[in-house]
Write a protein that binds this ligand. Structure first.
Ligand code: UDP
Ligand code: MG
Length: 234
C-alpha cells in the first residue's frame, strides 16, 4: 500500500455492532482520498476483534492494533497516533455518534491550523450527559483559562508533526486542545454533527469521569501556570 496522506484513528472498546456501519460510512465519506484507518481495539470482549478481522481482511486500507487488555481511550488514541503514517491525523469515536462526512471539512482547516476540534453544537446525548458536559466545560474553561466549547468531542484533526510533540497521560485526551496551544500550535473549532448512540453502551458516566477529569484539570492548570517564559537578552 502506498503511504497514505490521512490516518483516521478510532479507539474502540466493545463496539461490535458499530464496526460494519462505521466502515461503510467512512468509505462513503472518504471517496477519492488517500487514507488509512487504524482501529485500536482496546481489549474488547464482545466479539469486536472478529468483526475487525473480517472488515480489515476485505478493506486493505483499514487495519487494527489489538491491545492485550483494556488500557483506556487515551492509551488507544496514543497507539493509533504513533502508528499513523499520514501527515494529517483524524480521531473519532467508533460508536457512530460522530459522522465521518464531517472529516473533509476538518481536513480543509488543517491548511491553516495545527489542530481542528469538532464542536457538537447540537448534542444528541441523554440530558444528564448534556448537563454534566456543559458544567464540565464551564469549570474547565474557567480553571484552565481556556475558551473551548466542546473539548469532549473526539472528532478532531491534527497535523502529525505536532502530535509527535505531545506526550499523553491517561485521561489527557480531553485536554488535547490545551496541550497543543501550550506548544504554541494553533487550534480552531468547527461545528460537527452528533447522533444518539444506536448500538452498544457508553463507557463513561458521571462517576468514572467527573472526579478524574477534575484532577486532570488541576494538573493542566498547574502545567499552564508553570510554563517557562523567558527572553534571552544577550
Ligand atoms: N473507548 C475505548 N476504551 C475505553 C473506553 C472507551 O477505546 O476504555 C472508546 C469507545 O469504544 C468509543 C470512544 O472510546 O469509541 C468513546 O467512548 P464512548 O462512546 O463510550 O464515550 P461517550 O461518547 O459516551 O462519552
Ligand atoms: Mg460516544
Amino acid at each position: 500500500m502506498k503511504k497514505p496522506d490521512i490516518s483516521i484513528v478510532i479507539p474502540l472498546y466493545n463496539e461490535a455492532d458499530n464496526i460494519e456501519p462505521l466502515g461503510h460510512a467512512i468509505l462513503l465519506a472518504m471517496q477519492g482520498q488517500n487514507y488509512e484507518v487504524i482501529f485500536v481495539n482496546d481489549g474488547s470482549t464482545d466479539g469486536s476483534a472478529k468483526k475487525l478481522k473480517e472488515w480489515c481482511a476485505v478493506h486493505t486500507n483499514f487495519r487494527t492494533i489489538h491491545f492485550r487488555r483494556n488500557a483506556g481511550q487515551t492509551a488507544a488514541m496514543d497507539a493509533g497516533f504513533k502508528s499513523a503514517a499520514g501527515e494529517y491525523v483524524v480521531s473519532m469515536d467508533a460508536d457512530l455518534q460522530n459522522d465521518p462526512a464531517d472529516i473533509p471539512a476538518l481536513l480543509e482547516k488543517l491548511n491553516t491550523y495545527d489542530m481542528v476540534c469538532g464542536w457538537r453544537q447540537k448534542r444528541n446525548d441523554p440530558w444528564i450527559k448534556r448537563i454534566s458536559s456543559t458544567v464540565a466545560n464551564f469549570i474547565r474553561n474557567k480553571l484552565s483559562w481556556e475558551d473551548i466549547k466542546d473539548t469532549g468531542c473526539s472528532l478532531k484533526a491534527y497535523r502529525k508533526e505536532c502530535l509527535n510533540r505531545i506526550k499523553l497521560f491517561n485521561g489527557m485526551h480531553r485536554f488535547l486542545p490545551t496541550l497543543f496551544k501550550m506548544e504554541g500550535f494553533t487550534v480552531i473549532e468547527v461545528v460537527v454533527k452528533h447522533y444518539p448512540r444506536k448500538f452498544g453502551k457508553s463507557k463513561y458516566g458521571i462517576s468514572n469521569r467527573a472526579f478524574r477529569a477534575f484532577i486532570d484539570l488541576l494538573v493542566i492548570r498547574w502545567m499552564k501556570k508553570r510554563t517557562l517564559h523567558y527572553e534571552v537578552e544577550e
